[in-house]
Design a protein around this ligand. Structure first.
Ligand code: PLP
Length: 516
């Protein structure tokens, strides 16, 4: 493809992309294809001869689009969103153009320096304590995903704790005895998180080669991890000769957007010197975006003491496309101590001087994408005020949806406290005398397990998704089968939220009617 062909192809692709966004609300959210659909459409072997862009682009319509789940549709209300915006797409275009895997500062100073700057911008925008800024001992690094960020900090925490224990035993760093002692201690280390924590914490412990224990939660506590329940796990570990070294606290769990009780948990960890050595991470993969608003930013002040790291994905609810997972750490040496491996071929005078950041030492991978660019474009194009407006608007849509569900208490009951645009509810069992309708806020009764309600809720969920007008997800919370509806898509509007509610009412009446 030469320059003029590229110009024509790019213009045509941009027109197609704009058309795609303009018509996305009319499309079925879920595709109707069956597994393996693409095999029969795409030739078995790659082409020997070059093809025209027009022919390739045509196949996007005929072969790719039929197999897409439309995450950008305003009718996509499943999981958490993965938003994309035009400035973010422009960031991807330039990033692909420069294509600089800037593992060392020298490999493209602009990539490293812009990353440090946008991470500081975002730390300030979230109201993060000073210690997480690059001007202090901390700083931020962009990771592919929250799972990567979490595995990174769990591995760094393992290194920090095993190192401390080996040094405490009088081992001399760098000797084989020291390495052996570290591995011995590693065998006793335990990472802890609640049973509502995203599975990436357990995976992180697996990657770090350590044990994992979970803290039970319950509907009576709105599925929040509490200090007394954490204490039980910590004490049980100690009775078994195990050493807790990492704790994940979640700010906005995947199931129900609950928030672990960080104040009481941080107070608990102060009780014993051994517990003060636990690396505390806050996973705010989705809900962290809310910190950008004044209504929520005060929350970040709680992380001034006792929290070692924090992650949030701009690629969920903050207008930047996948991937843009922000990881902030209190002490950057905790990362570099774990991941700095510098063979001769990676050395240069700038790195040796210690005056620059080499982000390869802050994460697993060596090469990295220039993701700071799209964040820079989005923040400048929207301004913080525009970003706050979007968060507030979508939160408001969440309130509207939750109120609509409350308004049909004959059909539905809310199971956990609605939060951050997520409403978790179930279909009521029409035969139940008292269903204990609640918002799990500590004042009302708590939903009890009910097989009939589970079965009705599952039927409604499956029927709604099979029709493809909207896409929602279900989960099981404390043994209760529930539907989750999320309203934080960049294209979300009140009319779509109301439409989703109407579909749910119609489908529920149909399912209950079939039973009679
Ligand atoms: N943490 C939480 C709370 C999540 O909800 C998710 C995904 O939804 C993750 C972590 C994992 O995110 P990622 O896909 O960026 O790895």
């Amino acid at each position: 493809m030469d320059q003029s062909q590229f110009r024509a192809a790019a213009h045509s692709a941009i027109d197609d992309i704009i058309g795609h966004f303009d018509s996305i609300h009319e499309k079925r959210v879920l595709p109707t294809v069956e597994p393996g659909y693409l095999r029969s459409l795409v030739p078995e072997n790659p082409p020997d001869e070059p093809e025209e862009w027009a022919a390739i682009q045509k196949d996007i319509d005929s072969q790719i689009k039929p197999g897409l789940t439309h995450w950008q549709s305003p009718n996509f209300m499943a999981y958490f969103p993965a938003g994309v915006t035009y400035p973010s797409i422009l960031g991807e275009m330039y990033s692909a153009t420069f294509n600089a895997p800037a593992f060392n500062w020298l490999c493209s100073p602009a990539c490293t320096e812009l990353e440090t700057i946008v991470m500081d911008w975002m730390a300030k925008a979230f109201g993060m304590p000073e210690c997480f800024l690059s001007s202090s001992k901390g700083g931020g690094v962009i990771q592919n995903s929250a799972s990567d960020a979490i595995a990174t900090v769990i591995t760094a925490a393992r290194e920090r704790r095993a190192r401390e224990l080996a040094l405490r035993d009088g081992m001399e760093e760098g000797t084989p005895e020291y390495e052996d002692r570290k591995i011995e201690h590693q065998g006793k280390l335990v990472a802890i998180a609640s049973d509502q924590t995203h599975s990436s914490a357990a995976k992180g412990a697996l990657i770090a080669g350590t044990r994992f224990r979970s803290v039970q939660t319950q509907l009576a506590d709105n599925m929040e991890m509490t200090a007394p329940r954490l204490r039980k796990v910590l004490e049980k570990c100690e009775e078994s000769g195990l050493i807790p070294y990492h704790l994940t606290m979640t700010f906005g769990t995947t199931n129900s957007c609950s928030m672990d009780r960080y104040a009481e948990i941080l107070a608990l960890l102060k009780e014993k010197p051994e517990w003060q050595r636990i690396w505390v991470h806050v996973d705010a993969a989705y809900a962290g975006a809310s910190l950008i608003t004044e209504e929520c930013s005060h929350i970040a002040k709680n992380f001034a003491e006792g929290v070692d790291s924090f992650n949030t994905n701009m690629h969920k609810w903050l207008l930047v496309n996948f991937d843009a997972s922000l990881l902030f750490v209190r002490n950057r040496v905790d990362l570099t101590n774990a991941f700095d491996m510098t063979p001769a071929y990676l050395r240069n005078t700038y790195s040796d001087s210690g005056a620059v950041i080499d982000y390869r030492n802050w994460s697993f991978s060596l090469g990295r994408r220039f993701r700071a660019l799209k964040i820079w474009f989005v923040v400048r194009s929207y301004g913080l005020n525009g970003m706050k407006e979007y968060i507030r608007k979508t939160m408001g849509l969440g309130d509207i949806f939750a109120d609509l569900i409350r308004g049909r208490s004959d059909l539905f009951e809310i199971v956990t406290k609605p939060a951050f645009c997520l409403t978790v509810f179930r279909v009521k069992n029409p035969q139940a005398t008292s269903n204990g309708s609640n918002e799990a806020n500590g004042t009302a009764a708590v939903c009890k397990r009910d097989k009939e309600s589970d079965s009705l809720t599952k039927k409604v969920y499956e029927l709604v998704n099979s029709r493809g007008e909207i896409f929602i997800t279900s989960t099981v919370i404390d043994g209760v089968y529930v539907i989750r509806v999320v309203s934080s898509n960049p294209m979300a509007e009140e009319k779509y939220v109301r439409n989703a509610f109407d579909i749910l009412v119609r489908t529920t009446e149909e399912v209950i009617g079939q039973k009679d």
